[in-house]
Design a protein around this ligand. Structure first.
Ligand SMILES: Nc1ncnc2c1ncn2[C@@H]1O[C@H](COP(=O)(O)OP(=O)(O)OP(=O)(O)O)[C@@H](O)[C@H]1O
Length: 256
């Protein structure tokens, strides 16, 4: 399922936050959005999953006009893992993950055997099977993040949007979450902060500064020390990790 985002402009409280951004995610691709705090990553993603109405532009998911479609019809195809995932009520982890089935059900339709199997499989995938009956609100930040991913997986999406999905996670779970997402083999658009992880997992990166795309392409081509300096205002050295063979970045703290 392909996502086509064209010429998106978002204005909030009179300020232009997203300025003419276009991007494309082909089926099975993992596309990363990187850029400094406040550059507009979340705003762009929210305009794609219909929480914010863009001033201009279009979003098409597999030919369907996302901005003109009902939230329900989009949620049958697209799952979202946002940055802030707190619930106001005390659901169990199982109940919370079962909410991922809602877009596929009619009003008043009860959960069936297949729903239970899908939820159990999703909990297993994120290593939370033994947390099924725990209160969601008592989970740690990292456990909550994995439960939210399980809910997104239970939704059986054809496309996934992730807004900093590795927030709160220790390194094991950062790697695990991104590996799980990659293993789904569906189109994924993710805002990420860690440039090394972005280089490892993403097929294509879009680099944003002040609401504009500064560069895009394969991580090896895009991530240069000049670009990091230009976008993040920090000196670094980029090299090939001798152990993994992947791209590695050494940052130099600013000196007075
Ligand atoms: N409702 C709003 N009204 C005015 N400005 C807003 C509003 N919502 C967000 N902004 C501003 O838009 C800018 C972009 O915010 P956004 O959350 O998209 O950035 P981000 O790149 O996701 O940042 P971070 O990496 O810190 O999560 C920020 O300066 C933010 O303060």
């Amino acid at each position: 399922m392909n996502l086509e985002v064209d010429n998106i402009h978002v204005t909030l409280s009179g300020t232009n936050i997203v300025k003419d951004i276009s991007l494309c995610v082909k089926s099975g691709q993992f596309i990363g959005i990187i850029g400094p705090n406040g550059c507009g990553k979340s705003t762009l993603l929210k305009s794609i999953y219909k929480v914010i109405k863009p001033k201009q532009g279009s979003v098409f998911l597999d030919g369907s006009d996302v901005l003109k479609s009902s939230p329900r019809s989009i949620s049958r195809k697209m799952s979202v893992v946002g940055q802030f995932n707190d619930l106001s009520f005390d659901f169990t982890v199982h109940e919370m993950v079962m909410m991922g089935r809602t877009p596929h059900k009619n009003l008043m339709e009860s959960d069936n055997k297949e729903d239970y199997e899908i939820v159990d499989a999703a909990l297993k995938k994120v290593n939370l099977s033994s947390y099924s009956n725990r209160s969601y609100l008592t989970l740690s930040g990292g456990e909550k993040q994995r439960a939210i991913l399980a809910r997104a997986i239970a939704q059986e999406p054809k496309f996934l949007v992730l807004d900093e999905p590795t927030n709160h996670l220790d390194i094991k779970y950062q790697l695990e979450i991104l590996s799980i997402v990659k293993s789904l083999k569906i189109g994924t658009l993710a805002a990420l902060h860690d440039l090394s992880l972005a280089a490892t997992y993403c097929d294509i990166l879009y680099v944003i500064k002040k609401g504009k795309v500064m560069a895009s392409g394969k991580p090896d081509n895009v991530l240069t020390k000049e670009l990091v300096k230009q976008v993040y205002e920090i000196d670094c050295e980029i090299y090939t990790n001798p152990v993994t063979g992947g791209l590695a970045i050494a940052y130099f703290p600013p000196v007075d």
